[in-house]
Design a protein around this ligand. Structure first.
Ligand SMILES: *Cc1c(COP(=O)(O)O)cnc(C)c1O
Length: 408
């Protein structure tokens, strides 16, 4: 008799975005004439840079002629893109990453979700709270957790991020095998310094653990002292896998292109004592289960590294960061403690009340949609996430409405 993978039944139904949608719809029915402004979304709103569109079009035209047509590409990605990445994102920052250590994919969501399958089922997993839900849910699906109780899965080592630790989790007090970190962080917008990141790398070396470092928001870093990549930290090539994406960097959320870096120096010992290369395993996994990203999309992604592309990407991000600075300043002026928004598109606001209560109040009084922090984990209670992904005009209007609603 066929059965399902019953670990799926442990998954807490994610009510967050459907709950938000329900409350927004109810509000719209009550106030059909007041348009809402969404500052809750984790999606970009501006069009692709012109350089990407041009490269995209040109590649589509190549597909129209037999002589330039491309069929299956390399599962790991085209050389032209991997090389541009190695040069621009790593070597130029002093991080020693070579072209063949980069695996192009159609999303950091897939990669951060898929990577766990190459590790042992009994691995001890450390996951931040609050968190991007993919890390947690994919380990639940794989059967690495027990039941969901009081907002947490049994068997996971949670890394609490709260005001007392400046939203950078403390090192685990017990040994763990796989550690998820995300900086600049979604949802808190907090960044990590090189010294702080070095402590995690050292911990991983000492515990023979691997760090899964999600740097999807590195392009938003403004402070020159902050690391963009974990490979800027000494020792990281022995213990870290890094995930990057063109989604937030260059507006590729609907176009789909990302990459994962797996250094060849990353080795793990098997139960029989053999050294196994994680790079070889991931290469095998991708070659078996993935058939590459479409050629035009990879051309569009590579265009972000042209001179024009770099400038256009910078302008795109500058626009969002202007919004972020405005949001942060407005909320602080209103007396709310904030983190994030300085090197990240997210502002994490301490509300002084339960996060859904504050969400409802903001919707009702200002017609503005944010994301309640409780949806990202127990440590998110009492916070909301405001996103800078919107037009400058909408953000300005939203902030004026929030100021009016929240000024006593
Ligand atoms: C948006 C986001 C990503 C990017 O996902 P894609 O699948 O590449 O669009 C990855 N990690 C985090 C934390 C994100 O917020």
């Amino acid at each position: 008799m066929i059965r399902i993978n019953e670990h799926y039944l442990k998954l807490k139904a994610s009510y967050l975005f459907s709950d938000i949608a329900k409350r927004v719809t109810a509000y719209q029915q009550r106030h059909p004439d007041s348009p809402i402004i969404r500052l809750g979304i984790g999606d970009v709103t501006h069009a692709l840079p012109k350089a990407c569109i041009e490269a995209f079009h040109q590649a589509v035209d190549e597909m129209a002629t037999d002589t330039t047509f491309r069929g299956y590409g390399p599962e790991q990605g085209y050389e032209f893109l991997r090389q541009a990445i190695a040069e621009n994102d790593f070597k130029s920052r002093g991080a020693d990453i070579s072209t063949d250590e980069i695996f192009i994919s159609d999303g950091a969501k897939c990669d951060t979700g898929n990577i766990q399958e190459i590790f042992d089922i009994n691995s001890r997993i450390a996951i931040p709270d609050p968190v991007y839900p993919v890390y947690l849910d994919t380990n639940v699906m794989a059967g690495r957790t027990g039941a969901f109780q009081d907002g947490r899965y049994e068997g996971i080592v949670y890394l609490d991020s709260h005001a007392e630790n400046q939203f950078i989790p403390d090192l685990p007090s017990e040994p763990v095998d796989l550690i998820y970190l995300c900086f600049p962080n979604n949802p808190t917008g907090v960044t990590i310094s090189s010294d702080q990141l070095k402590k995690w790398v050292d911990f991983a070396v000492a515990n023979k653990a691997i760090i899964l470092f999600d740097a999807a928001y590195e392009a938003f870093i403004r402070d020159d002292r902050l690391p963009h990549s974990i490979y800027e930290i000494e020792g990281a090539r022995q213990v870290a896998i890094e995930f990057r994406s063109f989604s937030k960097t260059a507006g590729f959320t609907g176009t789909r292109c990302a990459y994962t870096v797996v250094p060849k120096s990353l080795q793990v010992t098997t139960s029989s004592g053999d050294k196994i290369s994680i790079h070889d395993l991931w290469n095998r996994r991708q070659s078996t289960k993935f058939n590459g990203v479409s050629y035009p999309v990879q051309r569009a992604a590579a265009a972000t590294y042209s001179n024009a592309g770099k400038q256009q990407v910078a302008e795109l991000i500058d626009g969002y960061m202007t919004n972020a600075a405005l949001i942060r300043k407005s909320m602080q002026t209103l007396g709310y403690g904030c983190v994030g928004g300085e090197n990240s598109p997210y502002i994490w606001v301490s509300t002084g009340q339960d996060s859904w209560g504050f969400f409802d109040m903001l919707l009702e009084k200002a017609g503005v949609v944010c994301t309640p922090g409780a949806g990202f984990g127990n440590c998110g209670e009492g916070y909301i996430r405001i996103s800078a992904f919107n037009s400058h005009e909408n953000v300005t209007t939203a902030l004026a409405r929030i100021s009016q609603a929240l000024t006593p």
